[in-house]
Design a protein around this ligand. Structure first.
Ligand code: HJL
Ligand code: ZN
Length: 190
């Protein structure tokens, strides 16, 4: 299957599940670029960032799900959408998604997972850590940029993830584009 550099248009089927993109297993920049293409699908708003994410099985080099900010109904984050969609596919609640994730499960996200939300909703760091409650779960998170301080100040989630055994890897090179897309709906400060 050719590499889908852009997410499918709205007339296409929903983003493929369990597809092999042709991206080499260690080509993290290409996975991040693909995650960024999903961020473009998110509506530009002043109240959050437009983030794209992928849940990937690093062992089989397959994409399990994709997600972007506000993809699912409600105030949903990109990483949350990935986990929630994968859980739905397995007919279990998102809280139990860790039980059905393959051993090599990793997340690519254009902006680092949130550790505080202005809405008070459960954070993506909590959701990721929860996948590890029975062993296994998400082992690695590849991050395109640190979260800008716009909404909640300095994001200290990395330590929480690492303490839970989740490696956090910064994938450089796309920062400018990721931030441009993430903040497209924000009012420009002069
Ligand atoms: C990440 C997302 C997303 C954010 N971060 N990693 N993925 N929207 O999909 C983080 C930002 C929160 C604000 C507002 N954004 O989203 O800190 O309304 O969006 O709960 O704190 O909180 P709500
Ligand atoms: Zn989040």
């Amino acid at each position: 299957m050719p590499l889908p550099l852009a997410p499918p248009s709205s007339t296409d089927p929903p983003p493929n599940q369990h597809f092999n993109t042709g991206i080499s297993p260690n080509d993290h920049a290409s996975y991040m670029r693909l995650a960024l293409s999903y961020a473009h699908e998110s509506p530009p708003l002043p109240t959050n960032f437009r983030v794209g994410a992928l849940l990937v099985d690093s062992a089989s080099n397959k994409i399990l799900t994709s997600g972007f900010t506000l993809e699912l109904p409600g105030n949903t984050h990109a990483e949350q959408c990935c986990l929630s969609k994968y859980a739905s596919e397995h007919d279990i609640p998102e809280e139990r998604v860790g039980e059905v994730l393959p051993e090599g499960a990793v997340i690519y996200t254009t902006v680092e997972p949130c550790v505080k939300r202005l809405s008070g909703n459960r954070t993506c760091v909590e959701r990721i850590v929860e996948t590890r409650s029975k062993g296994g779960g998400i082992r690695k998170v590849y991050v395109g940029v640190k979260e800008p301080e716009t909404f909640v100040g300095d994001n200290q989630g990395r330590k929480i993830l690492e303490n839970a055994g989740v490696e956090v890897v910064l994938v450089g090179g796309l920062e400018k584009e990721i931030l441009r897309v993430a903040t497209a709906g924000h009012v420009a400060s002069s």
